[in-house]
Each structure stands twice: as structure tokens, then as C-alpha cells.
Ligand binder design. Structure first.
Ligand code: SF4
Length: 330
């Protein structure tokens, strides 16, 4: 709720604060048990920072994180420890996230040791069970990360994440570093595990074809804000925010509603700096629909259709009534 993360920039001998990178700037969203919510957007939009805030790897500058009804925003590390079992993260880089000097047994067994929940023999049995679960072999227990392919290493990372039977997994671009031919296997594995263990996923991704395949709902982020949040079908078939429309136009997904491919929308310019983002609607410097109002008044994220929220004064694919509602909110 109202989640904010600013990274201060300091300069000079006295390290005076001269500004801040506004990585995440006022997010409100919830994740339902058992669903997959994807966070998408160009790099620098704040999706990875959001994932790190949810897992408490970063402290928010403001706002609140509530997990199963409990405010965990400022829990001390000690009181956070039991919660760490429930909320886990899968990292993007299956090469960098595994210690090359540790065996697979040590890597996957580390969470048990940290939480002090099993004997030595118990850990070995549990790790071998996890390796089988993710499609590896119990024989891999004594091997080292460099002996595995990228896809296998991501499976090792997933096994480590599952060790403590988490409820919520934040997966930061879990397949983007993998060969395309391996991506589907890992995505399918994540889906199978979700069904088997009733897992909830927050998936951070930029590949909209993968997002379309795995998500129940999708939040589109731009410069630290959520600009659109909707269930997968309405987001892909009736995007309302111009930025979402532009993102979708760049991927070869057929527009099922019109049985045609979307026309490619080329956005002008680069994403502005998150140190000094444009006022009001942050997208106005690149939006082909921008009007004076967009430069003066920030559009709030409002619900324009059931389960479909958008932050735009002049939404796309809107009925007359929805267009009027969007303007009224300004
Ligand atoms: Fe574009 Fe205006 Fe909507 Fe922003 S508010 S996305 S500038 S039309």
C-alpha cells in the first residue's frame, strides 16, 4: 500500500544528498493466494525493486507491505525469519545466484541449515527429494554448478527456493537468461509446482509472450508507477493505457478480438530519468495522445471496467462512459 522506494544520490566530500532515484513511487496492489501476478515494463521501471521490497530484501522509503493480514514492513530480521520461509525469491541469473564453490547439496540444503530445521541426514534426503521434484537426479547432490546447463542451474535455484515450502515466490525474470528452447521447460515446471503446492507467484518479466502464458493478472509499470492493472485477457485484448498498447504492439501476439496483428507503435525517445521524472503523467513525453491536462494533472489509477484499472486521462478502447469516468477522476 502506497509503496515508495527512493535511492538517495549523494555527492561531494560531505556526501550531501543531491537528489534521489525514484525507483518505485506509490504502488497499491494486492496478490491473491494461488494466482500469478506479473509485473511488466521496460528496464528501469521499478519492477525488480518492487520484487525486492516484497521479499524485504530492501526497506521501503514509505508505504506498507501486508502479508496474510500482518504488517511486515518494519519487522526486525529476527522476527522476519519465520516469514522468510513463506516468502522466497527466484533470481534472474542462474549463473550468478549459485555459489560455484558449493555443491548442489550444500546450495539446496542451505535454507534448512539457516532455519535449523533438519538433521544432516534429514537435509540430504530432503535435498534429493527436491532435486527429483524439479526434474534433476538425486545423484546430482555432490556435483558443482559449473557441471550443469543454464536450464538445470535454474532448476537448482528453484529447488533451493522450494526447500522451505514457501507460500509466495517472487520470480525475477526466471527464464530471460535461458535459451529459448529451455524457457518453456522452466515455465512449465513453475506452473506444475504452483498447482502441486498451491504457490502464489509475483512474476517479474519483460517478455510479454511468456507473461501472457503464465499470468492471471498483469500490472504494467512505467517510471516507478503502475499505469495499468488488469486480468490477463482484458489486458491483452483491450489494453486501455497507451503505454500498454505500445508494449503489446511490439510483440507478435495476434489481436484475437480483431483477428489481425496489432499495428506497431513506435514510442518516441527514451524512458526519462527516474531522478527527475516528468511531472503529472510520467508518460506524457512519449505519448502520442498527450494533451495539456496530461502535463498538469497526474492521472490516478482507477477502475474503469471490472478488475481493470488504468491511470490515463484519455484511455484507449474505452466506452463513452469509461472515458467520462477517467476525466472525472482528474
Ligand atoms: Fe498519454 Fe495523457 Fe494518458 Fe498520459 S494521461 S498516457 S499522456 S493520454
Amino acid at each position: 500500500q502506497g509503496l515508495v522506494k527512493h535511492f538517495p544520490i549523494r555527492k561531494g566530500l560531505l556526501q550531501r544528498q543531491t537528489g534521489a532515484v525514484q525507483a518505485v513511487d506509490g504502488l497499491d496492489f494486492s496478490v491473491n493466494r494461488g494466482e500469478t501476478l506479473s509485473l511488466v515494463g521496460e528496464s528501469g521501471c521499478g519492477k525488480t525493486t518492487t520484487g525486492r521490497l516484497l521479499t524485504r530484501l530492501l526497506e521501503p522509503t514509505a508505504g506498507k507491505i501486508v502479508f496474510e493480514g500482518r504488517d511486515i514492513t518494519h519487522l526486525s530480521e529476527g522476527r522476519m525469519r519465520p516469514m522468510r520461509r513463506d516468502v522466497q525469491m527466484i533470481f534472474q541469473d542462474p549463473y550468478g545466484s549459485l555459489n560455484p564453490r558449493h555443491t548442489v547439496g550444500k546450495i539446496v540444503g542451505a535454507p534448512f541449515k539457516l532455519q535449523n530445521v533438519k538433521t544432516e541426514h534429514g537435509v540430504k534426503k530432503a535435498v534429493q527429494g527436491l532435486l527429483e521434484l524439479v526434474g534433476l537426479s538425486p545423484e546430482h547432490y555432490n556435483r558443482y554448478p559449473h557441471e550443469f546447463s543454464g536450464g538445470q542451474r535454474q532448476r537448482i535455484g528453484i529447488a533451493r527456493t522450494l526447500a522451505l515450502r514457501p507460500k509466495l515466490i517472487v520470480a525475477d525474470e526466471p527464464v530471460s537468461a535461458l535459451d529459448v528452447s529451455i524457457q518453456a521447460q522452466v515455465v512449465n515446471l513453475l506452473e506444475d509446482l504452483q498447482e502441486e503446492f498451491d504457490l502464489t507467484y509475483v512474476m517479474i518479466a519483460h517478455d510479454l509472450s511468456v507473461v501472457r502464458h503464465v499470468s492471471d493478472r498483469v500490472a504494467v509499470m512505467y517510471l516507478g508507477k503502475i499505469v495499468e492493472l488488469a486480468d490477463r485477457v482484458s489486458l491483452y485484448e483491450k489494453p486501455m493505457h497507451p503505454y500498454t498498447l505500445a508494449l503489446l504492439s511490439a510483440v507478435p501476439i495476434p489481436d484475437t478480438a480483431r483477428k489481425t496483428k496489432r499495428e506497431r507503435i513506435r514510442l518516441q525517445g527514451d524512458v526519462p530519468s527516474p531522478i527527475n521524472p516528468p511531472p503529472a503523467c510520467r508518460f506524457h513525453t512519449r505519448c502520442w495522445k498527450a494533451q495539456d491536462l496530461c502535463k498538469k494533472v497526474e492521472p490516478p489509477l482507477i477502475q474503469l471496467a471490472p478488475g481493470h484499472q488504468t491511470a490515463c486521462h484519455f484511455p484507449e478502447n474505452a466506452t463513452e462512459e469509461q472515458a467520462a469516468d477517467a476525466l472525472k477522476a482528474a
